[in-house]
Design a protein around this ligand. Structure first.
Ligand code: DMJ
Length: 574
C-alpha cells in the first residue's frame, strides 16, 4: 500500500530510516521491482481509461455511451432507458451518462481540470424534466450515484478539485433526480416500480415486476441524498422498500429474484448471488459501514449465513429455490465475481480467495469472463457467451490485494489488463466481447467500464486515493466517504481526519481506516502503536489469530473482530 504511491527511491530511503518497515519476506530488490511494476501497470490502466474516455468524448458525448466499432453513440440503453437534455435539438436523446460515470474516476486519476470542466458542463446542460422512461435501479446506481459521489468529492475542500467555486450544482441535480424517483415508491407495498417516467411518474400499464436488487439496492445513494439535503424522504422510501423486501424472505432466510411490487408476491423463487440479487447483499453490508445502523448488520449477517449455507458449493455459488433450499441452476455468472470483494470487507479472506481463484481460472481459460458458465457441464452457456467489459473480477482483485498484499493479485491484475488490451481495445475505444470463444466484438463500450473496470484496476496498482480517506464504493464503483456525521456509531473524534494514524517514531503517518478494516493490522509495522477513535489493533502483526482474544477492534465500525476458523481476524459473523 505504501509503495504504490511512491517511487522506489523513496522506498529505499524509508527503509534506511525505518528498518522495521521491511516486514515481508521479500528481498529488497523484489520489493522495488514490484513497486515499479505497479507504477508501470497504473500508467497502463490510465492510458486505457483515456483511450475509452477520449473516444467517448470525440464520437459519443453528450450522448450516453460510445459505439467503438462504428465510432458512433447509443442513447437507447436497454437497462437505462433514455434521458434527454432539454435545450438540445428535438431528436436529441442523451444524458452524457458516460461523463457522469467517469467523474469519480477522473478524480482518482488526479485529473482535476477535466473533472471541473465536466461538472460545469453538467450543471449547465443536464436536465431531468424530460419525457423519458428510465430504469430506477440503473438510474440510481449510475446517475444518482455518480452525481452524489462527485458532489461529495467536489465539496471536499481538502481535495481542492476546483479552480473556481463549486456551488453545489451537482447536489441540486441529484436532488431533482431523487424527487423524480419518489412516485415509483407509491405502491401498496412500498416496493418501487422498476420503470418510471421522469416527467410523468409511473406510466399507465407499467409492468409491476421488478428484481430483488431493484428494491434492495437504493439505500446508499438515496440515504446519502437525504443526509446531504436534510430531506428524509429519499432515505425513508429506500428503507421502507428494503424492510418490505426483508419481510418477504423465506423460512430459510432466502430471497427470490423477481417480485410483484403491487402484491408483494415473489415471481421467481430461484436465486443466487448474481444477476437480479447481487447488489442487495452488497448494500446491506455497505449501508452498515456507511451509516453504522446495527439493523443493517443484523440483516447482512442473517442473509450471508443463508447464502453460505444454501448457495455455496466449495468455491462455487449455485442457485437455489428460496422455499426448499434445493439447488436449481449450477451456473457461474460473471456478475458473481464481486462476491469475494464483499467477503473481504467482513474479513472472510480465505473463502474470498478460493472463489476468486476459480473465477480467475475461467478468465484465463477464455481470455475474459463469459457471462454464464455451466458448472455441471463445464461449458459456457450456449446463448450467454458475451463479456461486456464487466468490472467484477477486477473489483475483487483490488479488495483481495488490499487485504493480503499478496503480489499474486498484482499478477492477476496484469493478466486482466493485458487481456482487455489484447482482445477488446480497438481504435475507437474498448468494445464488448460478443462471443468469448471467437472473441468476436460487439459495438458497445458500457459506461461501467470507466466507472468501475478501469477504476478498480487503477486502484489495485495505486491506492493512494483510499489511503488518504475512508471510502465505501457503491455497486457502480462511486466512492462515498464514511463520515461520523452520517454514522450512528462513529465517535465525534472521527470527524477531523476521517482516518486512523500509525505512529512511526515521531511522525504520524496517515493510513486509511478502510485498509485497516479490510486488512487487519497487516500493513502495520510490528510493535508500532496505532491510534484511532476506536481502533484497537490485532495482537499479531501477521493478521492471523488463534483465538478471538488475538483480534482487536475495527476502526470504522468500532466492532470487535473475531477469529475465523481459518485463523484470520475479521468482522466475522459466525
Ligand atoms: C454494474 O452496473 C453494477 O456493478 C451492477 O451492480 C451490476 N454490475 C454492473 C457491471 O457489470
Amino acid at each position: 500500500m505504501f509503495l504504490s504511491s511512491h517511487s522506489p527511491c523513496l522506498f529505499l530511503l524509508l527503509l534506511l530510516l525505518f528498518p522495521t518497515f521491511c516486514i515481508s519476506s521479500m528481498s529488497l530488490s523484489q520489493q522495488s521491482s514490484w513497486a515499479s511494476k505497479k507504477i508501470r501497470m497504473r500508467d497502463k490502466v490510465r492510458t486505457m481509461f483515456y483511450h475509452a474516455y477520449d473516444n467517448y468524448m470525440t464520437y459519443a458525448f453528450p450522448h450516453d455511451e460510445l459505439k467503438p466499432l462504428t465510432k458512433s453513440y447509443t442513447d437507447s440503453l436497454s437497462e437505462l432507458g433514455n434521458l434527454k437534455l432539454e435545450h438540445l435539438p428535438h431528436d436529441y436523446n442523451g444524458s452524457a451518462l458516460t461523463l457522469i460515470e467517469s467523474l469519480s474516476s477522473l478524480v482518482i486519476m488526479g485529473n482535476n481540470t477535466e473533472f471541473e470542466k465536466a461538472v460545469l458542463w453538467l450543471s449547465e446542460n443536464l436536465k431531468f424534466d424530460v419525457d423519458a422512461r428510465i430504469n430506477l435501479f440503473e438510474c440510481n446506481i449510475r446517475v444518482l450515484g455518480g452525481l452524489v459521489s462527485a458532489h461529495l468529492l467536489a465539496s471536499d475542500s481538502s481535495k481542492k478539485l476546483f479552480q473556481g467555486t463549486y456551488n453545489n450544482q451537482l447536489l441540486f441535480l441529484a436532488e431533482d433526480l431523487g424527487k423524480r424517483f419518489l412516485p415509483a415508491f407509491d405502491t401498496p407495498t412500498g416496493l418501487p416500480y422498476a420503470w418510471i417516467n421522469l416527467k410523468y411518474g409511473v406510466m399507465e400499464n407499467e409492468t409491476t415486476e421488478t428484481s430483488t436488487s431493484g428494491c434492495g439496492s437504493l439505500i446508499l445513494e438515496m440515504g446519502a441524498l437525504s443526509k446531504m439535503t436534510g430531506d428524509p424522504r429519499y432515505e425513508s422510501a429506500a428503507l421502507r422498500a428494503l424492510r418490505k423486501l426483508w419481510s418477504m424472505q423465506s423460512s430459510l432466510r432466502l430471497f427470490g429474484t423477481t417480485l410483484d411490487v403491487e402484491t408483494g408476491e415473489w415471481i421467481e423463487f430461484s436465486s443466487g448471488i448474481g444477476a437480479g440479487v447481487d447488489s442487495f447483499y452488497e448494500y446491506l453490508l455497505k449501508a452498515y459501514i456507511l451509516f453504522g445502523k446495527e439493523d443493517f448488520w443484523r440483516m447482512f449477517h442473517s442473509a450471508y449465513v443463508a447464502v453460505q449455507k444454501y448457495f455455496r458449493h466449495g468455491p462455487w455459488y449455485h442457485e437455489a429455490d428460496m422455499r426448499t433450499g434445493k439447488a436449481t441452476y449450477w451456473q457461474l455468472t460473471s456478475l458473481q465475481a464481486f462476491w469475494p470483494g464483499l467477503q473481504v470487507l467482513i474479513g472472510d479472506i480465505t473463502a474470498a480467495n478460493s472463489s476468486h481463484r476459480e473465477f480467475f481460472h475461467v478468465w484465463k481459460r477464455y481470455g475474459v469472463l463469459p457471462e454464464r458458465y455451466l458448472l455441471d457441464h463445464r461449458m459456457i452457456h450456449p446463448t450467454e457467451k458475451y463479456y461486456p467489459l464487466r468490472p467484477e473480477l477486477a473489483e475483487s482483485t483490488f479488495y483481495l490485494y488490499q487485504a493480503t498484499k499478496d503480489p499474486w493479485y498484482i499478477e492477476v491484475g496484469e493478466t486482466i489488463v493485458n487481456s482487455l488490451n489484447r482482445y477488446t481495445k480497438i481504435e475507437g475505444g474498448f468494445a464488448s466481447v460478443k462471443d468469448v470463444t471467437t472473441m468476436q466484438l460487439e459495438d458497445h463500450q458500457h459506461s461501467f467500464f470507466l466507472a468501475e473496470t478501469c477504476k478498480y484496476l487503477y486502484l489495485l496498482f495505486d491506492d493512494s486515493f483510499v489511503l488518504e480517506n475512508n471510502y465505501i464504493f457503491t455497486t457502480e464503483g462511486h466512492p462515498l466517504p464514511v463520515l461520523s456525521a452520517w454514522h450512528e456509531k462513529l465517535p465525534e473524534t472521527y470527524i477531523p481526519t476521517n482516518c486512523t494514524f500509525m505512529k512511526r517514531q515521531t511522525a504520524a503517518r496517515r493510513i486509511s481506516s478502510m485498509s485497516l478494516q479490510v486488512c487487519p493490522a497487516m500493513t502495520l509495522n510490528p510493535g508500532k502503536h496505532v491510534e484511532s477513535a476506536c481502533h484497537i489493533p490485532d495482537a499479531r502483526s501477521d493478521y492471523r489469530c488463534l483465538t478471538d482474544e488475538d483480534c482487536g477492534v475495527d476502526s470504522t465500525t468500532c466492532r470487535r473482530r473475531s477469529c475465523s476458523i481459518a485463523g484470520y481476524c475479521g468482522l466475522w459473523i459466525f
